[in-house]
Ligand binder design. Structure first.
Ligand code: SF4
Length: 94
């Protein structure tokens, strides 16, 4: 079994409980910021995508709360918070 398959199998064990609202948001008007573009490839959970207008979009379903996007983009691009208590990811791989 390859390393990427093992990782996907382990991530598949995690449980995600959604909060009332997204804990990470792209600040309005920052959807085309150059700091966001690499997140389409970098986010380990695949939460970022790019639409046909070259705007970066964010869906926090499956977010691992790793903080990579916070460090890479900064708080002037993202409104980044941890999920409210009792929501978010629960790691199950030991
Ligand atoms: S915190 Fe990590 S997993 Fe969540 S959106 Fe940012 S880069 Fe992706």
């Amino acid at each position: 079994m390859s390393e990427s398959v093992k990782l996907k199998a382990k991530l598949g064990l995690d449980v995600f409980k959604p909060g009332r609202e997204a804990h990470i948001k792209i600040r309005p008007g920052m959807e085309k910021d150059h700091r966001l573009k690499p997140m389409v490839r970098i986010c380990p959970a695949g939460c970022y995508s790019e639409n046909e207008k070259t705007e970066v979009m964010l869906t926090i379903d499956g977010c691992l709360e790793c903080g990579t996007c916070r460090l890479a983009c900064g708080m002037d691009v993202l409104d980044w918070n941890y999920p409210e208590g009792g929501t978010g990811v629960q790691f199950r791989f030991g």
